[in-house]
Write a protein that binds this ligand. Sequence first.
Ligand code: ATP
Ligand code: MG
Length: 448
Amino acid sequence: MPKRKNAESNFSIDTTIPTLGNAKIPSPISFCRFEDDEKGLSVFLDREFLEELGDEEPIPIRFESAGPRRHLFFDTSKTKCAIVTCGGLCPGINDVIRAIVMEAYHNYNVAGVMGIRYGLEGFIPKYGHEIVELTPDSVSNIHQFGGTVLGSSRGPQNPEDIVDALERMNVNCLFMIGGDGTMKAVKSIVAEITKRNLKIAVIGIPKTIDNDISFIPQSFGFETAVDKATEAISCAHTEAQGAMNGIGLVKLMGRESGFIAAQSTFSIKEVNFVLIPETRFELDGENGLLPALADRLKRRKHAVIVVAEGAGQHLMSTNKATDISGNPVLGDFTTLLKDRIKEYLSNVGMPYTLKYIDPSYIIRSVPANANDRIYCGLLGQSAVHAAMAGKTSMVVSKLMDRYVHIPLDLVTRKRRTLNIHSDYWRAVLESTGQSALRGMVPDNYCEL
Ligand code: ATP
Ligand code: MG
């Protein structure tokens, strides 16, 4: 396995997937080409990945291919699976649930698939959530709906209690669909399973509408979210054009990473200013947003501003509050921005109208589009193949159009953020015409 020690972060890239033991049982699947653990996807991690790792030179790295194995760890007809969904909603969760159930039943003939209700709470008896039996019949239509049929929740639960529940239910394979927090929960559950020397496979299916999980270049639901976000931007543009000095302000998801804001801005080409958490823009001063906005209104009589949820936190007083899962509670930057626009434009004597659109809950809850459905289907199938072969403590992901296994440690290390040194961000800024704003590009951008 390629390994490389990183002097600064002491990080070595090890892509070995942990297993529960030897896979000796012939697979019941008889019609397919099997994948081999030795085969895989070899890539050179480029600068975008390397920045996450704090390294400088390209690193060759090989990821194990996802897909069915000729030999399995589990005797599948005696194997019980469970699925849990945690964190916020994202288009495609039901597609993943459906794919896991269909694959497990139809191709592996498993003994049963249980649905855990309302996230990690569903494991804990005191909450009284019933366990649901998931069958091909019960899941056949769920992909037509957004959200998660299992329900979700935030908030920590004791890994010991969760593993107690897995033992009580005789679960052999647990599939956990969720974001960064859920992947950390997978880690703690795997640690407890290992401590008890149990043979339970735990596979993560990374879900993040913000697209912010390391090593996952594009997470499922992201494309649908961008589609939906562009509709909101288009409406904001129409509203802005419909009034003298009309301003359309759209808030999109992106707590620490501005991917949805950037991608939908780049797609719709009507946005004049896009503010993301990764940039330390200013509101005032020669290169600040407010004078640039006034200038834009003077010239074109309308403007569209897209703000990612976590943008502008550097301009607000620090808030140390966290939600029940430990995520920081963000300051309300769009309210500050609206107030500052009002103040600035009144001071320069410029009448305006502002229409504010926050489509977040609509975007999160729509059903997945066609491409995301394909993606979710393959993730669900790949997760089942991996679990049956006895692989654990890993996630399934699409990387460069291939489906691969990624060790949990790699994806939980650091949150993925938009690289503002990238050609991509430069192109987004070019499409808005805002590259003159201070903070949108790093000071030494041209030397990089
Ligand atoms: P989203 O993309 O919506 O943020 P998420 O998976 O990050 O999804 P969280 O609410 O942060 O959502 O976490 C999901 C579950 O994982 C919660 O029940 C949370 O308590 C648990 N969790 C979060 N961090 C950890 C951790 N470090 N160890 C164990 N469990 C955790
Ligand atoms: Mg999260």
